[in-house]
Design a protein around this ligand. Structure first.
Ligand SMILES: [Fe+2]
Ligand SMILES: [Fe+2]
Length: 163
């Protein structure tokens, strides 16, 4: 039910999703080390979401008999010199993933794989959410500045109350 090419590309994507999950654990740790607990919380939760993205791909490979071959996953970046750098890295990562998802979708279109197109549509929509979330966070962090990250925490606490 799935071509070898597409199954191979999805297995690669599983690696990217787990890679993102590990990268977000490092970013969460960077914030937690500074007692910026709500910034940390965002990235711990994001790490969990990336793991779910990987699991959803694995489920699809199992359902379509594509074969699961998880690739080696490079170590995430562990050192950041500022909150801005850390959040910017997350935003750039999400932009890159959007490109990866679009390439998977293009493959599915070229192969007339309608099931894969329908499956991948969820990721297309999810990426808009992820990119816009990181973009908004980056703008808040930039506006506050590194010396006023506690204001970002207060802002996030306020958002938390509202939800
Ligand atoms: Fe993801
Ligand atoms: Fe993501």
């Amino acid at each position: 039910m799935i071509s070898q090419d597409l199954a191979g590309a999805i297995n690669e994507q599983v690696g990217y999703e787990f890679g993102a999950s590990m990268q977000y654990l490092e970013i969460a740790s960077y914030f937690d080390d500074q007692n910026l607990r709500l910034l940390a919380k965002i990235f711990f939760e994001q790490a969990e979401e990336e793991r779910e993205h990987a699991m959803k791909f694995i489920r699809y490979l199992l359902d379509t008999n594509g074969g699961v071959r998880i690739p080696a996953i490079p170590a995430p970046k562990a050192d950041f010199s500022s909150a801005e750098e850390a959040v910017e890295a997350a935003l750039n990562w999400e932009i890159e993933v959007t490109g990866q998802i679009n390439r998977l979708y293009s493959m599915a279109v070229q192969e007339n794989d309608y099931l894969a197109q329908s499956f991948l549509q969820w990721y297309v929509d999810e990426q808009l959410e992820e990119v816009s979330k990181m973009d908004a966070l980056l703008s808040v962090v930039r506006r506050a500045g590194e010396r006023n990250l506690l204001m970002v925490e207060a802002y996030l606490a306020h958002l938390d109350e509202g939800s």
